[in-house]
Design a binder for this molecule. Structure first.
Ligand code: WT7
Length: 686
């Protein structure tokens, strides 16, 4: 292989390394300071591989400008790449802030992801290549996937699940998770996948809020050699809930669990003897496909609602253009199906394109830190999509792990979830991609449903640390508080100026919250249409590249997962000893951010000290894990007699953030109610 020769040629030619740091200043119109400047360019090779629907930079440019001029015509073309049972009569019906796409059209997501490939040679192509954590491997062709999905769909029907019902899915990364999602889509049930790392309480809250009638789970999941007891958590979560009539349980690990008669059913027994075919329901384009809960800045998680036609149109288009999917690719996205990435870029987008997806059950460092590299080498995986937090962990585990495996099958790398620091980008490029694979840094959100900002591989010149420019069809921009456009390099707010097909349609059961969170920062004003508010701060550089600066609300990004600080605070306050809590983030080398909780105690507990406090801190961390899940556990708990507040009683999180980061307090403290609080918090730091 000429990989190393090519690599050195390219790094000499393209990866010139020059970095400067400068500060852009804030303006009265409400912009944000930006301090990062990265000027390295990594340009695609002139003779680099080119395929897919966007072969050249010129074509990309013309697509983009055509789409900006007439977005509806652009999206209509994308939608016609799917199979519809009946055509739409209207592309976009937009009545601020309510969007409907492809109204009048009828289709089925499972039909598009499976059935339409069965009439081609892809019938016998691998849809899913799966590796279990213990090392077992299963492959499902499109034909086999069709059979399993139909049997599951018929099983759900037998259990009384109907079109429009909500089905909660609480599983690990096994093929049955994808089968369950597709089976729901097939019969028009709306799925609500809850990440298997969430606690029973968090699951219960999501089951209640979505009014689920059925839960699909498994006995237990494999994780780092031990068992995650999923069915046990489901038992606790559904206790006393009358609306949950059935629980369907996949036998994965073989541990002992209790099965409640009449309510609980084994997957294999229920599906046994089910018919191999099940007609795909002809669903309106706006039929609810799924609800997925995500954190917000106030206490309760938001059920983000996605529908059928627009969602699949954009998930299909972006999977194709961002990953340049080819027939012989094996595509590996390391996300969990419990997150939006797992929905759009493990299941729906790639399968709709007829791609072969690789799915892995377990931990990235089991049995050793080279597990991913070993799988890439053994299965000849060609596209690899992961998160910056994982990349930073790989860096820490050491270069020898990827170096010990043949990674020459890789041709495209991707990242998502948080800004990737340029050092991690360069490491990924060099040690995983052998300096020959483009990296697609993809910006999007649970709410956007699909990728919005990303390079097109082998076409867009890259700069480490930026998702580059919006994809054709997406009108994203950086604006000031007053809605005017930021100048180059002036920090502001990332907004989307025109509705897009895979946008969220609602916060389940709470239209006011939907309107307030996303559409009230930039409501229609004169000739200006409403802008969708992403909650991210950003800067557009002189080349038009967008740099994400992080969240501007009380939401923190830990390991690529969004957590609402209010949710963690309310978990802490639900502990009998806690009077008040404020949770903020501090920078962390691996996780991006670590969580710091400032806690004041109630009554007599306030007098606790030494060992007793240490024990309480451990107890509080376990309490948050039980209430929400391990991902939300504060890294540090700092006890304090009081929290810094404004005169109107608002906790001054900005001060706590500065303290937590170990820095000094700068900026304005004139609204602080009691200066001595700050002094005592500072002393506690030492
Ligand atoms: C938030 C969305 C989209 C799937 C994973 C997270 C941050 C996401 C990037 C990126 C910089 C990013 C943003 C965004 N984010 N991708 N490539 N560069 N920041 O989904 O939990 O809905 O979080 O993640 O802050 O708003 P999510």
């Amino acid at each position: 292989m000429s990989a190393t020769r090519r690599a050195s040629r390219r790094s000499a030619a393209a990866a010139s390394s020059e970095k400067t740091a400068e500060k852009t200043s804030a303006s009265a119109a409400g912009s944000i300071d930006s301090v990062m400047q990265e000027t390295r360019w990594i340009k695609p090779e002139k003779d680099g591989p080119k395929h897919g629907s966007i072969p050249t930079a010129a074509k990309l440019k013309s697509m983009r400008s055509k789409a900006l001029k007439n977005p509806e015509a652009f999206w209509e073309e994308r939608a016609s790449e799917l199979e519809w049972f009946s055509p739409w009569t209207k592309v976009l019906d937009w009545k601020y802030p309510r969007a409907k796409w492809f109204t009048g059209g009828k289709l089925n997501v499972a039909h598009n992801c499976i059935d339409r490939h069965l009439t081609t040679w892809r019938r016998n192509k691998a849809a899913i290549v799966w590796e279990g954590e213990p090392g077992d491997v299963r492959t499902l062709t499109y034909q086999q996937l069709h059979r399993e999905v139909c049997r599951c769909a018929n099983g759900l029907k037998k259990l009384g699940v109907k079109r429009g019902d909500v089905v909660a899915i609480y599983m690990g990364m096994i093929p049955e998770a994808a089968i369950a999602m597709l089976a729901c889509a097939r019969i028009g049930a709306t799925h609500n996948v809850v990440f298997g790392g969430f606690s029973a309480d968090a699951l219960r809250e999501r089951i209640i809020d979505s009014n689920a009638v059925c839960v699909i789970t498994q006995d237990a999941a494999w994780r780092r050699g031990s068992h995650v007891m999923l069915k046990e958590a489901v038992d606790a979560a559904v206790k006393g809930l009358k609306h949950v009539a059935n629980v369907l349980v996949v036998r994965r690990v073989g541990v002992d669990i209790t099965m409640k008669k009449g309510r609980d059913h084994w997957w294999d027994e229920t599906l046994d003897g089910m018919n191999d075919s099940c007609a795909a329901a002809k669903l309106p384009a706006e039929h609810p496909l799924f609800i997925l809960y995500t954190s917000g800045s106030t206490g309760k998680p938001k059920g983000i609602l996605h529908t059928t036609g627009g969602y699949l149109t954009q998930a299909t288009y972006t999977s194709n253009i961002v990953f340049d999917l080819q027939e012989d690719d094996l595509y590996f996205c390391t996300a969990d199906v419990g997150w939006i990435t797992g929905h759009s870029y493990i299941v729906y987008g790639p399968l709709s394109n007829g791609a072969s997806i690789f799915m892995y059950e377990g931990a990235p460092n089991h049995p050793g830190p080279d597990r991913f590299w070993s799988m890439i080498a053994r299965h000849r995986i060609s596209i690899f999509y992961t998160a910056p937090t994982a990349i930073r962990a790989f860096m820490k585990w050491g270069d020898q792990h990827p170096a010990g495996h043949d990674l020459s099958s890789l041709r495209i790398l991707g990242t998502v979830g948080e800004p990737i620091n340029p050092e991690a980008w360069m490491w990924y490029y060099k040690h995983i991609g052998g300096e020959r694979c483009p990296i697609v840094d993809t910006w999007w959100q649970t709410e956007t449903g699909s990728i919005m900002i990303s390079p097109v591989p082998n076409v867009t010149p890259m700069k480490p640390g930026t998702a580059t420019t919006p994809l054709p069809g997406i009108d994203a921009d950086v604006v000031r508080r007053d809605g005017t456009r930021c100048k180059a390099d002036e920090g502001g707010y990332l907004v989307v100026k025109h509705p897009w097909p895979s946008m969220l349609r609602n916060v389940f059961g709470d239209f006011q919250r939907y309107k307030k969170t996303y559409w009230s920062e930039y409501p229609p004003a004169g000739d200006r249409p409403a802008y969708y508010f992403t909650g991210d701060g950003a800067r557009r550089d002189a080349d038009g590249y967008i740099w994400i600066m992080g969240r501007v609300d009380d939401v923190v990004n830990v390991s690529g997962h969004r957590l609402g600080t209010a949710e963690i605070e309310s978990a802490l306050v639900s502990h009998a000893r806690v009077a008040e809590a404020a949770v903020v983030a501090r920078p962390d080398e691996i996780k991006g951010n670590a969580l710091v909780a400032y806690v004041t105690l109630r009554g007599a507990s306030a007098k606790m000290s030494g060992r007793a406090l240490e024990k309480l801190a451990a107890e509080l961390r376990a309490h948050v894990a039980a209430e929400i899940g391990h991902i939300a556990k504060p890294d540090d708990i700092r006890f304090s007699e009081a929290l810094p507040k404004t005169r109107s009683g608002k906790i001054m999180r900005r001060l706590l953030r500065e303290l937590a980061a170990g820095g000094s307090i700068s900026g304005d403290t004139s609204t602080l109610e009691d200066f001595s609080v700050l002094e005592s918090l500072r002393e506690d730091e030492d």
